[in-house]
Design a protein around this ligand. Structure first.
Ligand SMILES: [Zn+2]
Length: 308
């Protein structure tokens, strides 16, 4: 039986991105953004030479200039660096830079909510649940199938007639798409943080999931380390697509199939966490503190510090 191994397939970036971050971490961060921008430019170049160049000319333009400059503020008395300004394209399905920033912002917002929930409901623990459907050649068809199945699973829980998720008080989940290994077919799946007193039973869930999907019983349930919740939460808030693992043609294909669709959803006590309004770091808590401005410009291949 094939199992998804979420933690091993995620070498990524979000962990520290904008969550902590002093001046020592800035070069590494700027380097990550530079690599993300390089990949964004690869995607832009692909679009420019593709059959979709006309249809996607606006997207192409925004993607090409996304993150041309970055302005950070270093609040030196507390050693915190915040991304303060940048013109970003906000196309998180096409642009790895915007995907990183969006993921980091959502991660922060849900971790904050989890801190509040813990105070009110100290018995709840977080679990990472992964649900998959069988691979298929038609991405949109597979994605809709997964979404519908998840909807049905959650409805069964609400009916309280004995679902494997009956004990779940709240959940947030995100959809991810990639090509399956070997088959080359599309492999949509979802990662969910489920809050419950007891770990949902994986066997029961697999059987219920098979009953709903008709084609898949592949599920995974594991506890999230409460000392280090970021490691589990990160699975849900990382990219919807793996830009570095797939050719630009697949990135564009996934964008065309999934644009405008909700890829992050929540229920129960995780409901109502607002979507990030912009992709800059929150610096409200630092208001009034002195800072130095650091201005970076993208010069082919990476960012250079232009002035402070
Ligand atoms: Zn962007």
């Amino acid at each position: 039986m094939r199992r998804d191994r979420p933690e091993s397939e995620n070498p990524d970036l979000l962990a520290q991105d904008g969550v902590s971050g002093g001046i020592e971490e800035l070069p590494g961060r700027v380097d990550r953004y530079g690599k993300a921008k390089n990949t964004a430019l690869d995607v832009a170049k692909y679009i420019g030479g593709s059959d979709q160049a006309q249809e996607l000319s606006k997207q192409h333009q925004r993607l090409s200039s996304c993150g041309d400059y970055l302005v950070f503020r270093h609040y030196f008395t507390v050693d915190q660096v915040k991304l303060h300004g940048a013109r970003l394209c906000m196309q998180h399905l096409l642009c790895p830079l915007c995907a990183i920033r969006r993921g980091a912002k959502s991660l922060r917002a849900y971790l904050d909510r989890w801190e509040l929930i813990k105070v009110e409901s100290p018995h709840l623990r977080p679990f990472l649940v992964t649900l998959t459907v069988k691979d298929g050649p038609d991405l949109l068809e597979r994605f809709k199938h997964l979404k519908k199945a998840q909807h049905e699973l959650w409805k069964r829980r609400q009916r309280k007639r004995g679902s494997s998720l009956d004990g779940v008080a709240g959940a947030v989940w995100s959809y991810e798409v990639k090509r399956g290994q070997g088959s080359g077919d599309w492999h949509p799946h979802l990662h969910m943080i489920a809050l419950a007193e007891h770990q949902p039973d994986a066997r029961e869930l697999a059987s219920e999931w098979h009953n709903i999907t008709g084609d898949s019983f592949i599920v995974d349930v594991r506890p999230i380390d409460q000392e280090d919740p970021v490691s589990g939460f990160i699975e849900v808030f990382k990219y919807a697509v793996k830009f570095s693992d797939q050719p630009p043609a697949d990135t564009v294909h996934a964008f065309l199939a999934l644009r405008g669709r909700r890829l992050l959803a929540s229920a129960g006590c995780f409901r109502g966490v607002p979507e990030p309004e912009d992709l800059m770091d929150d610096a409200e808590a630092l208001e009034g503190l002195p800072f130095v401005t650091l201005f970076y410009r993208y010069l082919g291949k990476g960012y250079s510090l232009q002035g402070a």
